[in-house]
Design a protein around this ligand. Structure first.
Ligand code: GDP
Length: 195
């Protein structure tokens, strides 16, 4: 998909705040600092569209980006802040549960992990959660420019194994620096958005 027009349509917490147009949606999730804003900006060819590294303590919302009146990217707030209170964490979990459970426009989830390290327990829990809702999953291993080419297959196997991925789940290694994986990610999105 070629993207010229992007709008941050709405930041939502509750279902009545979700946009009503009914375009297919692709959600993007990952812990803070994993490179989610960089991925979104690379996909839509912008330098600075998605906010980078939203700070802990800021309001946690689902951000819906309208692409060409055809598709929404839904930026799911990051997880894994050590400093967030139990209460905040529960609020966040409830917001995600509601979204993943109720949103019929949702076609698939891009779940980001840092390809340089073994996925964390929180990354594993996110995938378990997505498996539970039977959602098509693309795991994007970020910052792959930092991994030597001959070590990339191994990084991908570690991601597959640690996250307990199914055969249908796809893994793509990505770099916002040299754009490795960009086309492949778009191909996956273009394919699942039509279901
Ligand atoms: P977010 O918090 O998940 O939205 O993460 P950001 O996109 O703000 O990225 C967090 C940090 O990782 C920033 O310092 C980025 O410059 C860096 N980063 C993001 N993507 C890449 C990448 O593909 N390669 C490298 N080397 N650094 C990256």
């Amino acid at each position: 998909m070629k993207v010229n027009n992007v709008d941050l349509t709405i930041s939502a917490v509750r279902p009545e705040q979700y946009p009503e147009q009914g375009y297919p949606e692709i959600a993007l999730s990952g812990r803070s600092n994993v490179g989610k804003s960089s991925l979104i900006n690379t996909l839509i060819n912008r330098r600075n569209y998605a906010r980078t590294s939203s700070q802990p303590g800021k309001t946690q919302t689902l951000n819906f980006y309208n692409l060409e009146d055809e598709l929404y990217f839904v930026d799911v707030p990051g997880y894994g802040y050590a400093k967030v209170s139990q209460k905040e964490r529960e609020k966040w979990a409830r917001m995600l549960e509601t979204y993943f459970e109720q949103r019929t426009a949702l076609r698939g989830v891009v779940s980001l992990v840092d390809a340089r390290h073994e996925p964390t327990v929180l990354d594993q829990q996110m995938i378990e959660f997505l498996h539970y809702y039977n959602l098509p999953i693309l795991v994007v291993g970020t910052k792959v420019d930092k991994i030597a080419k001959n070590k990339r297959n191994r990084a991908e196997s570690i991601i597959r194994k640690t996250l307990n991925l199914n055969k249908e789940d796809k893994v793509i290694l990505f770099s916002a620096v040299d754009k490795t994986g960009r086309e492949e990610i778009w191909n996956w999105i273009d394919q699942v958005k039509t279901f």
